[in-house]
Design a protein around this ligand. Structure first.
Ligand SMILES: [Zn+2]
Length: 370
């Protein structure tokens, strides 16, 4: 019988080379660097799991979930088993096989139930939403069973559970931010605003730019005119208006998705935009609203999911992560230490001679005041 998460014997050379390179006196105590076995185009999954493992607030919550009473198998119990298996290894470096997690993923969502390359961002969002749904369902079940926390209305279900749906889970505490969508009527100057929550931000990319530029573009003022006029409640008619979207609540962990895959009308397929987009190690959001709390919050880059290759359904995903001051590259079962100076190799290509590039695709920034 195959035992899940068993050490794969071929780890050998690569792993010990990494351990030697870091050096025993430099190796962070109680930290583990483990590659993940690829089960046939599952690098989209491996790359996101590694990126999330090095997002400390997320890792801590997933590890702690293990200690909860025995539950039926879900994507979250499988993820917790996987993270715990890495976290409790006697060796510092090696390889584990996320077999149970991948099997559960394929069972739960037919999109992932094949051997084709999938979109890492689609997987990330699916994973975060699935965990949030599981936590909300558990809370609801606990309330029905009368195990509601003291102070909450004694677990009685009054037929209207809609409010429980919006109660934040730790997924929301970690990743959720709020955008405010402001519309100004150009006739009466009246402003209406609507808030919407996000777990990640997807930004358009342009050639030879930076993340700050992409975020500014995201919050650019847009004029609504012609057939797109806006119905103004004050004017009681359709009017031209200006609209912009800004960050009102900054998340603890900012997940930024670069929209590198663009649908081409002519060819009816997606093409990759390998544009060079510089991502800094430290980031401040410039597109915050006037009423944002702590708008100058400083973010540190903690991990990057990198897409290698020319198209969404081809190519490969790897991850670079920061751990205890140095940078590591995770490529399925391979882990290596990289120099900070080589991070710029993952910005993309400054010229469009070829589309094949290793370019940052999902960036994870963690707020520093944690
Ligand atoms: Zn108006």
């Amino acid at each position: 019988m195959y035992s899940c998460f068993s050490l794969v014997s071929r780890m050998g050379a690569n792993a010990s080379a990494l351990e030697k390179e870091i050096g025993s006196d430099q190796f962070p105590p109680s930290e583990h660097y483990f590659g993940l076995v690829n089960f046939g185009n599952t690098c989209y999954c491996n790359s996101v799991l590694q990126a999330l493992y090095f997002c400390k607030p997320f890792r801590d919550r997933v590890l702690a979930y293990k200690t909860a009473p025995k539950k039926k198998e879900t994507l979250l119990t499988c993820l917790s088993d996987l993270f715990n298996s890495i976290n409790t290894q006697k060796k510092k470096v090696g390889v584990v096989a996320p077999k149970k997690f991948v099997a559960r993923l394929k069972k739960e969502n037919e999109v992932f139930d094949n051997y084709m390359q999938q979109d890492a961002h689609e997987f990330l969002i699916y994973l975060l939403n699935t965990i949030a749904d599981l936590l909300q369902a558990e809370r609801k079940a606990d309330k029905i069973a009368g195990k509601g926390k003291p102070g909450t209305p004694n677990g009685i279900i009054n037929g209207n559970n809609n409010d429980m749906k919006t109660e934040p889970t730790w997924i929301h505490e970690i990743f959720q931010g709020t955008l405010t969508n402001e519309t100004r009527c150009l006739c009466c100057e009246g402003v209406s605003s609507k808030d919407e929550d996000f777990l990640d931000l997807s930004v358009d990319v342009e050639q030879n730019t930076s993340i700050t530029h992409c975020l500014r573009g995201f919050s650019n003022t847009e004029t609504l005119c012609h057939e797109y006029k806006y119905y103004c409640e004050t004017c009681c008619s359709k009017q031209e208006a200006q609209k912009r979207m800004q960050v009102k609540k900054l998340p603890q962990l900012l997940a930024l998705h670069l929209k590198r895959f663009k649908y081409m009308e002519q060819s009816h397929r997606y093409t990759k935009l390998s544009y060079r987009v510089v991502f800094p190690l430290e980031l401040r959001l410039m597109n915050t609203s006037d009423d944002a709390e702590a708008p100058d919050k400083l973010y540190d880059l903690v991990s990057v999911v990198v897409h290698c290759g020319s198209g969404p359904n081809r190519g490969h995903y790897i991850t670079i992560v920061k751990s205890f001051g140095f940078w590591l590259l995770f490529d399925d079962d391979m882990v290596e230490k990289i120099e900070i100076s080589s991070i710029e190799e993952f910005y993309g290509l400054a010229t469009e001679v070829q589309k094949n590039s290793d370019s940052g695709y999902i960036l994870f920034y963690q707020a520093r005041d944690l």
